[in-house]
Ligand binder design. Structure first.
Ligand code: KIV
Ligand code: NA
Length: 266
């Protein structure tokens, strides 16, 4: 089975919505790959897997390790990997140095980075040198300290700025753009205005695709429940019940039973 390319994804503008999820490890990547067009190794892994308070502490080394794990589970979907905070903002040269390392060491097809107009030069620089770029606008979690929290972005006069950012990253050569936590009318306007697919998360139904953090939609990351996440399972509830039962059975001497044991009973 041939895997999807950047141009396959770009060609889905205005078509059947692109289905995207995050994955951080091989087993989840295998599941995601069966049904999704894009698998994102998101820097959300810092919060979801490593217990960090934000994505700011995620390192390039963490992204390489999880990117390698995810790639072992993929055969069809396009793998995009986040450039973490502090590895690309300084200059196009810094971005290329770190993005090329991510692609070379993981085999992922593309990188994602946060920011609009001020990152356009970097996006063009990377694309010209062989690195496809997905952009990320609206609520950009790496800027949580400037944004003063994880609020809805693009309300009022701020809407025009995000539209301008979307136009800039599209013109700079990004192949798609994530729109996070913005009003659905603005996401609709941007989707109509720019040439590349928009992938929404908390951006309403008008986008060219949707993405969620897989642990959120599976109910596996229990301490986080934003309005835009629909839970398709309650895995942490089930896991908690399973561990409670295991503990009770071990304490009661019920586990392991004979079927779980080798040789004759003592
Ligand atoms: O890190 C991440 O998981 C992301 C998605 C939420 C788009 O950037
Ligand atoms: Na991210």
């Amino acid at each position: 089975q041939k895997s999807l390319t950047v141009s396959d994804i770009q060609g889905r503008k205005g078509g059947v919505p692109l289905v995207c999820l995050t994955a951080y490890t091989t087993p989840t990547a295998r599941l995601v790959d069966q049904h999704c067009d894009v698998t994102l190794v998101g820097d959300s892994l810092g919060m979801v897997l490593h217990g960090l308070p934000s994505t700011l502490g995620v390192t390039l080394e963490m992204m390489v390790l999880h990117g390698q794990s995810v790639m072992r589970g993929l055969s069809r979907s396009l793998c995009v990997i986040d450039l973490p905070f502090g590895t690309y903002e300084e200059s196009p040269a810094q971005a290329f140095r770190n993005a090329s390392r991510l692609l070379a060491e993981t085999g992922a097809a593309a990188v994602k980075l946060e920011g609009g107009v001020h990152m356009a030069e970097t996006i063009a620089f990377l694309v010209a040198r062989g690195i496809p770029v997905m952009s990320h606008l609206g609520l950009t979690p790496q800027s949580v300290n400037v944004l003063s929290g994880y609020k809805v972005q693009g309300k009022g006069p701020d809407a025009q700025r995000i539209l301008t950012d979307a136009q800039a990253v599209s013109d700079a050569g990004a192949f798609a753009v994530v729109l996070e936590k913005i009003p659905q009318a603005l996401a609709h306007e941007i989707t109509q205005a720019i040439a590349i697919p928009t992938i929404g998360i908390g951006a309403g139904p008008a986008c060219d695709g949707q993405i969620l953090v897989v642990d959120d939609m599976l109910g596996a990351f229990a301490d986080f429940r934003p309005k835009f996440v629909k839970r398709y399972a309650e895995l942490s509830k089930q896991a908690s019940q399973a561990i409670e039962q295991y503990a009770a059975e071990v304490r009661a001497g019920e586990f392991p039973a004979q079927v779980h044991s080798f040789g004759q009973p003592a």
